[in-house]
Design a protein around this ligand. Structure first.
Ligand code: SF4
Length: 177
């Protein structure tokens, strides 16, 4: 199920240029879920193509992962004003679309605290949970959930860089035939 092109289920419709739908392979067993589109994504209608997206694409490539082999999406499909975190009500309104997007996935990677909080339903300390396998139910299906750092966090420290590198290597193993 995809949002209507004029979706107004939450207030984020007011500031968007484009609804940002998933990119990559919709049938992939691995999905990456970020929190929300930024300015570049809003303009182009594609997730993770701005500065953070380029960093993510490079880290994946260094682990031998082509981003087109993954499903890449966000918890909300419209850009929050000023790049603020999405509100709980906005994530809840958009949840039906996220669950539809993840209907083929067996491994879901949450990028950053906000996306992980939405998917898990409780806040996490990323330095404690990054790259730990959690079993969750999403859209009525059991999946492995892996919390990890948002690529934007990599500019602030080596822990996030190293954490995301470990995640990329895990994704490479998950995609091996
Ligand atoms: S964020 Fe999701 S629910 Fe809100 S307007 Fe955009 S597509 Fe609709």
């Amino acid at each position: 199920m995809r949002p209507d092109p004029d979706c107004r289920l939450c207030g984020l419709w007011e500031g968007r240029t484009k609804i940002v739908l998933p990119s990559g392979d919709p049938d992939s067993r691995v999905a990456l879920v970020g929190e929300a589109p930024g300015a570049t994504e809003d303009a182009e209608g594609v997730p993770f193509v701005g500065r953070s997206g380029k960093r993510l694409t490079r880290i994946l490539a260094e682990a031998g992962v082509d981003r087109d082999d993954l499903l890449i999406t966000n918890t909300v499909k419209c850009r929050p004003p000023g790049n603020r975190d999405p509100k709980q009500s906005e994530m809840s309104a958009c949840r039906v679309f996220l669950e539809g997007e993840l209907s083929s996935c067996e491994v879901v990677v949450g990028l950053g605290r906000s996306a992980c909080r939405d998917i898990l339903g409780y806040p996490v300390n990323m330095s404690e949970v990054a790259n730990r396998d959690l079993r969750i139910t999403i859209g009525g299906r059991d999946v492995v959930f892996i919390p990890t750092f948002h690529p934007a966090a990599c500019v602030y420290g080596k822990a996030a860089q190293e954490g995301l590198r470990i995640t990329a290597e895990r994704i490479a193993r998950e995609l091996k035939p």
